[in-house]
Structure formats: C-alpha cells, structure tokens
Ligand binder design. Structure first.
Ligand code: ADP
Ligand code: MG
Length: 704
C-alpha cells in the first residue's frame, strides 16, 4: 500500500477543488473556506457539478447532507443523483441548491422544545469549511442543521460560532503585540480516542451490551488490569489486522490516524490522530468512531465506545488536546524565545487559566452524561473537580511573577513581562501529571474529562467561548493602556492572584485534594443531575449571548436535551436490568438451586427450600446447602429489587420537570440499580458456570 497515494483519496479537498474547478470559482471557494464567510450563491452550481462528477467517477451514486444533531451521532439521509430525462432514461444530476441546502424533517431529532412539531421542518446547510467526502458510495456533504425559525439544532453551528468568537478576540490581542500580518486565529484539536474491542459473539450474548453499551451485571474477574501488562503491550494479531484496516480507511478519508496502542485495561485500545482545526477535528472524530464500529464488524469484533463498559475496569475517555494557531501556523500556546513572544504566551495562558476558573461549571457540565458519571470522580479518570496542571517549571515562573521575586531557575532573575525572556520550559516531560483534568503539556492543554462516546464539539464550544471571553476582557483593558508592557505585566500578575486557586499540580485522585479543593471554593459537581442545571445560570447565558454562540432559548433547549438524555439512558438501563434479572438470571439460578437440592436430597438430607431447623453443619452436604441457601436468598432479594426498580421507573415518568426527574434518577433509581446488581454479581460467583446465562467479564475481556 502506498500511503501517500491513498491518503485523502475520498476527500474533495483543496487539491481536488483546484483540479476540478475553474480558476475564479476555486479562488472564491478557497476564500470562503479560509475566512469562514458565506458562499457566493453564483458559484454553488459549478461546485456542485464538479463535486458530483468527481464522486460519480469514484463510484458514488448517492449524496447526503451529513450533519450532527443533538443525538451526539451523525445523521444522513441519502438521495441518489439520478434525474429522469425526456426519453425515460436517467442522468446523474446535482444542483447548486441541492448542495447548499437540504430540507429534512426535524421532528425526529431532539430539539429541547425549540421546534414545536407544527413547524417540523429543519434545514441542513453546507459547511464549506469542512471538506465533502465519499463514504460507502455516498457523497457526504458536511452540513449544519437548524430550524425553520433559525435556531440551531446541531453541534456544528455553535462550534463554528465559538471559533469565530475566539478568532475575533485573539486577533485583537495579536494586534496589541504589533502583529498586523495574521489574518485568522483558529483553535486546534487532537482528540485521542479510547475504546474496547471485544468478540462479536460475546457482545451478542449480552442484552445489556446490546441495549445500553455497557455491562449492567458482572462480577470482577480474577485478572483485570492488576499486572499492568496490557498498556503499550504487544498487539494481538486480530487486533492489529483491525487497526491496519482502520488506519487505511481513515487515511482515505484524509484523517491523520497516527498512533495506535493498547490501553490500560485488557481489550482496551487508543487511537490518536494528528491535530487539526477544531471543526475538522470534530468531524473527523465522528468519522473515526463510526469507522471503528464498521471495521470491527468486518473482523468479527465489536467496538465498545461506552465510557464504562465494565465495572472495576478502567473506562474510556477522549483526551481533547487544545491550542490556538495563527494562519501562519504559529502555536499561540508555545512559549517562544523572545520577550514579546513570551509576554504574548503568558497572556494567552492567563486567558485559559481565568477561563477555566470562571467557568468550571460549564467545563464540568459539558462532559457530563449518564455514561461519563461512572468515570469522573472514580479512581481512574480525572475527578469531578476541575483544575489546571501547569508543571513545576511554569509554576515557578508564575510564583516569581506573582510575588515579584527572583525566578529560582538558572537565570535567577526578576522578570518583567514584555521586556525579559522566559527561561526555557521543557516540553512534554515524561513524568507529567496524568491525573489532572486540564493539563498544560508544553504547548497545548489536554482536557481529559470528555467521555469516549462524546462528540468533541460540545467541550470545544465551551473552551473556545470561555477563552474568547477572557481575551475580550484583556483586550478591552490593554487597548486603553498608555504603557503597554507595564499594563501587560500588571494584568498577568493580577490574573495569577485572582485565579491561582484553579491551579493544582498534585495528585488529583487523592482524598486530600477533594478537601483542599473545597477549601479553595472550587466546584465539585458529582453527577449530571447536579451539573447540568447550571447551564442556564445567568452568568452563563450572558457569556453565550455576549459571544454570539447561543441565545438563551438555545441554551435552555440544550440543557433540556442533555437532561432528557440522562434520564432516558438510565431508564433503558433500569428496564434492561429488570428484564435480564427476571428472564435470565432468576431462572438460571433457580435451575442451579434445583440441581443443588437434588444433590442434597440424594445425600438424604434436609430440603433447603423448606429451611430445615437443623444447622447447616449437621448436614451431610453442608457446602451444597450453604450455596443453595445463599443463592436462594440472593435471588429473592434481586427479584425484589427488580420490582422496586420497575416501580421507581414508573414514578420517574410522573416528574415532568427535567431537573427534578434527573435528580430522581440520580438519587433514587441509581442506588437501587446498584443494589440489584450486587446481588446478581454475588450469585455469579456461586453459580455453576454452565448455568450462568451470559458471558462473564473474564469471557469477554480475554475473548480476542
Ligand atoms: P500524548 O498525550 O499521548 O503524550 P502527544 O502529546 O504527542 O501524545 O499528542 C497527543 C495529541 O495532541 C495528538 O493528537 C497531537 O496531534 C495533539 N497535539 C499536538 N500538538 C497540538 C496542538 N498544538 N494543538 C492541538 N493538539 C495538539
Ligand atoms: Mg494524552
């Protein structure tokens, strides 16, 4: 395989555009893409035709507006290119109008009350800043999705809006540093994706995996990740065949799949692409997840993207590496080597620090979901408390600035920002802190809280917007300053003083940190029901409106959708537990108890079901009796819990207020689900293997 030749072969990228479009049209389209402006309607027809010819040449027969509704997955509705001719034949046709807008019934997508059913029309519009591509014989046109009244119904539009806000404010800052040549600043993202690969047969045999993506029952296996033999371990043949094919598919789609390795837990892996502009990174991450599932199925495997498929085993996250870059390719979170570059770096760094501190709630709630609640705060992923890691060297610099004392490093100097140079900061030190939710890693931040199923659009909308807003305040202040360097220095010192509570370089998993964080007044929003309602807090609505990212109605609709999703997921999980408990576990355990009873009877002993007066030790079959009694008690208790869950789910439906309903699930339903599970998991350990109705953790985790 010649990688450079296949790379991007299914993408209508700049090179193809230049090849296929008339010069003037190409120029105009390129400008649209680079500036993120409106498409000139006069060229749409020409572009559409060229796109269609290119796609048909590659075997495509259909096209679709490919968009990202609030479900978190992508949506597509395929139309074929065929158009009838007078003589009863067909030609392949695709008009400018079809390229630019699509009409779609929006009533089946979540809208959180924004779209009443009487105005069910939704529209999709081509987003020219993201390249069209061919997937399974269909030309996919990346699009935004909005309602008849103009409100956004997707994750793409607000992401583009947040990028625009960041661009505007970052440019103001760059101008202050005398930079007049940069035309555009955009956020960059590299999203590392974790996932599990299990045997398809194991997946099919478990209703919980099929219906909820995670195991709702399952005792801890004798071997998990204790030996730490899986991380970066040798990759099994079947998995490596999967990874090779996955890479190839992704390369054809122009995705820079770069690193593939085994993760901490058995059967867990990771894929990291090379970073790119955020909206592309976001589209690409959706394609990565979709392609993973598709390729897995070709190898008799199933790809689990859930945040916590197995209790007691590491879950999966998505590390969102984030930075800002100019159109000249300069990374704005790279410290640089001159005093001006250093001063500028410090200012951008301060914007991130202040943003994370001021909007801990938004960062927390943008990564919350029923699935990710199992991860955040457990002893594996970042905690539910948001904080920033800077590392020792940068911390020293900041301390020295704050207290106006000599920097302890080699240079031993007092630093004046904008005048002096920063000491060399080591990039990507190997001992870096892996427990931090928001870690500076030399020239970018790594936000480690997003869950593996998430669209990265959500978290990046927030990061872009909150950083843009701090930059706006900085620019407002500095544009007025008479002595720029002095004002810059003061502003940085002031920001350190005001926001240093958000910086924590220690172990985020420790209990001391939870206590310390509370003392510092940092938020600790434990679950979705606690976090999500904060979305619509006044300060947050104002932030979104100020930066033209969401209207208040859009904020409220998004909050509704997330709360609703939380409740629905838990309701499905609850019902699945009830069914598996009643239809699979209960009868299986009873069958085994019956067998035990037969043994006991055979040994001419008391019948366990009658609960003989004689102590167990007096029996001739004490073990059988002990097991049978334990199982019998567990099974009855589990059955009772199933009934309790059923009643609670019915009660949950009576809560019409989304916030109250979510709280009900978090406080009332989840604890009972956990209780039910504990009885089942105990029984798993005592029931003969051949009676247990579905594959166990050991079967699944070591199946590939
Ligand atoms: P790791 O975190 O596993 O040590 P790296 O630090 O090499 O790996 O990179 C992790 C991810 O960060 C990759 O996807 C990489 O492309 C991305 N990345 C690197 N530089 C930037 C940047 N300036 N902006 C956004 N993402 C970046
Ligand atoms: Mg990483």
């Amino acid at each position: 395989m010649k990688v450079p030749e296949i790379f991007g072969e299914n993408v209508f990228d700049l090179k193809v555009m230049q090849d296929k479009l008339p010069k003037e049209v190409f120029k105009s389209l390129k400008e649209t893409i680079e500036k993120g402006t409106m498409l000139d309607p006069n060229i749409a027809g020409v572009v559409a035709n060229a796109m269609k010819d290119w796609a048909v040449e590659k075997g495509a027969t259909h096209y679709t507006h490919w968009f990202q509704p609030m479900t978190g997955v992508t949506a597509e509705k395929h139309d074929s290119f065929i158009s009838p001719t007078k003589d009863g034949k067909v030609i392949m046709d695709f008009s400018g109008k079809e390229l630019v807008v699509g009409e779609s019934d929006a009533s089946s997508f979540p809208s959180g009350g924004v779209r009443a059913t009487f105005e069910a029309r939704g529209y999709t519009a081509w987003d020219p800043t993201s390249y069209a591509f061919i997937k399974d014989g269909t030309l996919c046109i990346p699009s935004t999705f909005f309602s008849y009244s103009g409100e956004v119904l997707d994750k793409k539009t607000p992401l583009l809006r947040s990028m625009r806000a960041l661009n505007e404010q970052a440019l103001r800052i760059l101008r202050l540093f005398g930079n007049t040549s940069v035309k555009r600043v955009y956020p960059t993202v590299g999203a590392e994706q974790e996932y599990f690969l299990i045997d398809r047969k194991m997946f099919d045999a478990r209703k919980d995996l099929v219906l909820s993506g995670r195991t709702l029952f399952g005792a801890k296996p004798p071997k998990g990740q204790e030996l730490e033999d899986h991380y970066f371990g040798p990759i099994k043949l079947r998995v490596s065949a999967f990874m090779k094919e996955l890479d190839e598919e992704l390369w054809k789609l122009g995705i820079f799949a770069k690193t593939e390795h085994n993760e901490v837990a058995p059967s867990q892996h990771e894929l990291a692409p090379i970073f790119t502009v955020t909206n592309l990174a976001s589209d690409q991450n959706q394609l990565i997840m979709e392609t993973m599932k598709k390729v897995a199925s070709r190898h008799g495997l199933y790809c689990l993207l859930h945040e916590k498929p197995f209790k007691g085993v590491n879950g999966s996250g998505k590390h969102n590496n984030w930075s800002m870059s100019t159109d000249k390719g300069v990374n704005l979170l790279d410290p640089g080597s001159t005093p001006a570059e250093n001063g500028q770096f410090m200012l951008f760094l301060m914007a991130v620090i202040a943003a994370v501190d001021d909007y801990q709630d938004l960062l927390r709630l943008t990564v919350t979901s029923a699935g990710n609640d199992h991860r955040l705060g457990a002893n594996e992923a970042p905690p539910a408390v948001v904080s920033i890691y800077l590392g020792e060297e940068l911390q020293e610099v900041i301390d020295a600035l704050e207290h106006d004392v000599k920097y302890k490093g080699k240079t031993k100097q007092i630093m004046k920002l904008g005048v002096d140079t920063l000491p060399e900061l080591p990039k990507d030190t190997t001992d870096r802190n892996r427990t931090s939710p928001f870690a500076f890693t030399g020239n970018k931040f790594e936000f480690r809280m997003p869950g593996s199923t998430f669209s990265i659009a959500g978290p990046n909308i927030i990061i872009n917007t909150i950083v843009a807003d701090e930059l706006r305040q900085f620019a407002d202040e500095l544009e007025k300053a008479e002595d720029f360097n002095a004002a810059l220095h003061d502003l940085v010192v002031k920001t350190i003083k005001e926001h240093k509570r958000i910086i924590f370089n220690g172990n985020n998993y420790s209990e001391e940190w939870t206590k310390e964080a509370e003392k510092r007044g940092l938020l600790n929003l434990k679950n979705s029901a606690e976090a999500l309602p904060r979305f619509a807090d006044k300060k947050n609505v104002e932030l979104f409106e100020r930066n033209k990212v969401f209207t208040e109605r859009e904020v409220r609709s998004r909050m509704e959708i997330m709360l609703d999703n939380y409740c629905k997921v838990l309701s499905i999980e609850g019902q699945t537990m009830v069914e598996m408990g009643r239809q699979e576990i209960y009868p299986a355990v009873n069958a085994y108890i019956l067998e035990l009873c037969k043994v006991i009877e055979h040994k001419e002993l008391c019948k366990v079901v009658e609960r003989s007066e004689k102590p167990a030790s007096a029996c001739k079959a004490p073990a059988e009796r002990k097991v049978a009694e334990r199982l019998s008690a567990d099974n009855e208790a589990m059955f009772a819990k199933a009934e309790e869950i059923e009643n609670l789910l019915a009660e949950a439906k009576t809560h019409t207020d989304a916030v109250k309903q979510a709280k009900f699930f978090a406080e009332k339903v989840i604890p009972v689900m956990e209780e039910m599970r504990s009885f089942a998991d105990d029984m798993e350990g005592y029931t003969a293997k051949k009676y247990w109705p579905f594959p166990t953790y050991a079967d699944i985790l070591f199946s590939v």
